[in-house]
Design a binder for this molecule. Structure first.
Ligand SMILES: Cc1cc2nc3c(=O)[nH]c(=O)nc-3n(C[C@H](O)[C@H](O)[C@H](O)COP(=O)(O)OP(=O)(O)OC[C@H]3O[C@@H](n4cnc5c(N)ncnc54)[C@H](O)[C@@H]3O)c2cc1C
Length: 407
């Protein structure tokens, strides 16, 4: 007879861990399978916005082990603005940098303490019955039956293909590369983002270069770009990172890369995020903010939501999850994807950036809108900007797609 669990989670990253913690704490029998070994690293910038810190707080996880961050230093050409995180709303006024090797281990350890059964070096594949309902997971050591399978496998791969949950072909996605360097400024309290990157052909890159200080002697350095960029297919992320490193070499007194830079995908759409017997969360559900590349928070939030709905009523989890995650994120993410098409045009990107960082007040709004930090209870000026952008981008969307800059 097959082994049996209430919930099987495929993937033990932040999304899978959040689902496992929430379900296991309520007494559900949860099994997490991950194909990697315990302590795996994830290619990431390691940056946590106040929204992500709030999500960790909901899981009762503090950020004492991380490096606390007070705001963002936004750089556009010769303009530099230090922006504190917004305060007084529903998110804390601080963020953090928490290297993923440590963050992910901390999260999955909490899942284990809550009672989840963690199985490393164990690839999982959803098992479907004749009605195309997911009824459990196959692993090399046997099959597990489950009431629900939570797909938390990160950027879509084999599992997503099996479930028809790949990315939507004509929607944008991101690619980013990161490394670590030593710097005397490793305990700086600001994330730094340079918004005016250019490739070696002088084409403006919709994306940014980052220096995210980890407080442990190292800084996470990286660059990311959106697929809406002209000549995206020929963009060489390694050269872009080398050029960015040269740009910050003096101000950060950086040493050589401590490891080979590594790149990975940022999924920003999905064909489906649930079906009979399964739900997808985090990157597997295309939940990455197109405006800043943030995905950890969306993984945590979607993981918690999926598990809460499962606890309430296992039979209807798929439909309710799809509706509620849509209510929470769809409008924002759709605006973000439209924004990605907009800034793919270099002739819009450059003047747009000048406006976005034009004054301290406008730059603060830019930070709140792009970071999805608008407080829905008291949206204020940034809420009005977001609503206006939503409307304007909706009107412009067909034209922006037709004239997309990407080759
Ligand atoms: C270069 C780069 C920089 C980034 N910077 C930031 C940042 O600063 N802040 C931020 O918030 N986000 C950032 N992101 C996005 C962020 O890394 C992701 O959104 C986040 O990791 C998503 O978490 P997840 O749990 O959904 O997936 P993942 O963290 O990718 O975890 C998926 C897990 O599933 C496992 N798995 C996959 N397939 C199987 C299978 N078949 N069976 C068993 N296990 C499987 C994998 O081993 C992995 O452990 C960045 C991304 C990139 C590429």
């Amino acid at each position: 007879m097959n082994e049996r669990a209430d919930m099987v989670v495929i993937g033990g990253g932040p999304a899978g861990a959040a689902a496992a913690i929430t379900a296991a704490r309520s007494g559900a029998r949860v099994i997490v399978v991950d194909q990697a070994e315990y302590g795996r690293d994830k290619i990431c910038g390691d940056g946590l916005t106040p929204r992500a810190v709030a999500a960790l707080g909901e899981l009762n996880i503090g950020i004492e082990a991380a490096h606390r961050i007070e705001g963002l230093r936004m750089i556009a050409g010769s303009v530099q603005r230090e922006l504190p995180w917004p305060s007084g709303g529903r998110f804390p006024s601080y963020g953090a940098v928490w290297p993923r090797k440590r963050l992910d281990a901390a999260l999955i350890d909490v899942a284990g303490e809550a009672g989840a059964d963690l199985r490393w070096s164990t690839p999982g594949t959803p098992r479907l019955n004749a009605d195309n309902r997911v009824i459990g997971v196959s692993t090399p050591s046997g099959d597990i039956d489950a009431e629900v399978v939570v797909v938390a496998t990160g950027a879509p791969g084999a599992v997503a293909r099996l479930l028809g949950a790949g990315r939507v072909r004509d929607e944008p996605f991101g690619l980013a590369i990161r490394a670590y360097v030593e710097s005397p400024r490793h305990s700086d309290r600001h994330l730094e983002a340079c918004l005016t990157l250019k490739d070696r052909n002088g084409i403006a890159v919709p994306g940014y270069g980052w220096m995210f200080p980890a407080g442990d002697g190292t800084v996470n350095i990286g660059v990311g770009a959106l697929s809406t960029m002209k000549n995206f297919k020929s963009l060489n992320l390694n050269t872009l990172l080398d050029d960015y490193r040269a740009l910050v070499a003096d101000s950060w007194e950086v040493g050589p890369f401590l490891e080979r830079p590594r790149a990975w995908r940022l999924p920003m759409s999905t064909m489906r995020r649930s079906g009979p017997g399964w739900v997808a969360i985090g990157d597997a559900a295309g939940l990455v903010n197109p405006m800043n590349g943030e995905g950890i928070d969306y993984g945590l939030e979607s993981g918690m939501l999926a598990a809460q709905l499962f606890i309430e009523d296992a039979a209807s989890v798929s439909q309710r999850y799809d509706a509620l995650i849509g209510e929470r994120f769809d409008s924002f993410l759709r605006t973000g994807r439209r924004f990605a098409f907009l800034i793919g045009h270099p002739w819009i990107l450059r003047p747009g950036l000048r406006v976005a960082v034009g004054t301290q007040a406008i730059a603060n709004i830019t930070l709140q809108v792009m970071g999805n930090l608008v407080d829905s209870d008291s949206p204020g000026a940034s809420g009005r900007v977001l609503r206006a952008a939503d409307w304007a981008l909706g009107v412009a969307d067909p034209v922006l797609r037709r004239t997309r800059a990407a080759a």
